[in-house]
Design a protein around this ligand. Sequence first.
Ligand code: GDP
Ligand code: IMO
Ligand code: MG
Length: 423
Amino acid sequence: MPATVLVGAQWGDEGKGKIVDLLARHSDVVCRYNGGPNAGHTIVADGETYKLRHMPSGILWGRECVIGAGCVVDPAVFVEELDDLEARGISTDRLRVSGNAHVIMPWHIAIDQGGERRLGKLKIGTTRRGIGPTYADKAFRLGIRIQDLLEPKILRQKLEVALAEKNVWLERVYGAPPLELEELAARHEQLAQRLRPYVTDTSLLVDRALRDGQAVLLEGAHGTLLDLDHGTYPFVTSSSTLAGGAAASVGIGPTRIDAVVGVAKAYVTRVGEGPFPTEIEGDDQTRMRKLGGEFGTVTGRDRRCGWLDLVALRYATRLNGFTTLALTKLDVLSNFDELRVCTAYRLRGGEETRELPAHQSDFHHAEPVYEVLPGWLEPLDEAEDLAALPEAAREYVELVGREVGVPVALVGTGRERERVLRA
Ligand code: GDP
Ligand code: IMO
Ligand code: MG
């Protein structure tokens, strides 16, 4: 059975966790393929709220869960999450972590924080969890991997090499206190004992599962426009968020994937800095934030809110090859008597385009061209399928599918696990 990839189609926080949880029920293996604890996925199940950061969102169903080689892991956060889930009666026995995943070390966090402070007004607005510096060291071939943690001699050697450089940075560039070798080595040797049972060859595990005809779900974190190569650089994260990156990060061939689910909110949010053409100004933004509960899962920051951007969604479709879309949080729009949907951008010269401009300055200056649609002004609680939605809501969903050229297969109408309508 081929693998399915699930990708955030906007700037993250699209409700991926909830949709993965839904699809995980019918999957055998769920793999996270990128990022680290910068992700925050909220799942509301049986009245309980779970906030996952490292864990694949299939963990609540007890599925075999994998953290792939392309991820970065903060061992302290990982252990905290393990303890929290176990304490709530969720087993982590079937969780596996790639030995090739890179470790977020304390200096990465300190450098992320120091770097943002230093950039001042030019900051990226990162989650300050050390993500960028960890991926940078990986590319620089100075990184520490999960498998290094398991061998005290290698760990100590790598710590010595890294600290010789990082402490100079910390002290001279950021005025931060240096890190101490013995303390770090002891702490990480201890954390390694907690991680050890979970570490395995995850590429082989996924390959075998696929050969055995099992259903494998590859879960992306963040979102398409936060992709390192194709997102709104430099206001992006440091991993490949796209469907194309999923196979490479997990360690299987791209020919094993045949379905790509794009998850998009019925509007758009963004956390941190960077261009956002459809950002709403004034009271409606605050209203939408409150109605949608748009506050960061990881950092608690206000999420910036905007109208649905179909130009960006078309771009996400091009980059990922979505085979279906899941449109979440349609219920949040029930409170607006008039809805705006961006169908094109007007560029600086006045020309209109339906494609996302490739050049950053064109994108930064792009003005949204809106189609104004009637709202439905009634709750969506009663609807049990798409056909039962109020007419204006159904038309909204149809417009999205038509404009993007991808069928909308799932529609979210509430936070709870069961609040999803199928086409
Ligand atoms: P993720 O990072 O993509 O998993 O998304 P987050 O969990 O960060 O943010 C999505 C938020 O929307 C969470 O609080 C979810 O509980 C919530 N949510 C997901 N789907 C729906 C929906 O259809 N309606 C409503 N009202 N809330 C939803
Ligand atoms: P989920 O998986 C929303 C954003 C940060 C910042 C930029 C870089 O919950 O959708 P980083 O810490 O990654 O170096 O920050 O990327 N960002 C997210 N925004 N949801 C996320 O994850 C995000 N992960 C990173 O806010 O703008
Ligand atoms: Mg999130």
